[in-house]
Design a protein. Structure first.
Length: 94
């Protein structure tokens, strides 16, 4: 595992239940602001259940990919209190 992967996993591990970050925001926090696709590829290969990859979404609010399928990602996000409609997350605090 390279240092960028490690940084991505550490950032994603810290996303609190009920919250999300975008792939772009994770990339920025990991020190490579334009590497959002790399973040997606790293998370797609993750098998560690302690890294909540389902909490990372696209910048446009769409849920993005998930290695256990989109339905499972939506289910997990909803269980954590996120509002998902038409494949997009809406901030319940707005």
């Amino acid at each position: 595992m390279n240092s960028f992967q490690e940084k991505v996993y550490e950032i994603v591990k810290k996303i609190p239940k009920g919250k999300v970050l975008t792939y772009k925001k994770v990339a920025q926090r990991a020190g490579r602001s334009k590497a959002w696709r790399a973040v997606g590829n790293i998370l797609a290969k993750n098998k560690n259940p302690n890294i909540p990859c389902h909490r990372v979404i696209r910048t446009d609010g769409k849920i993005g990919g998930y290695n256990k399928g989109a339905r499972k990602k939506i289910e997990l996000l909803r269980e954590e209190g996120n509002i998902i409609k038409d494949g997009k997350r809406f901030d319940s605090k707005k």
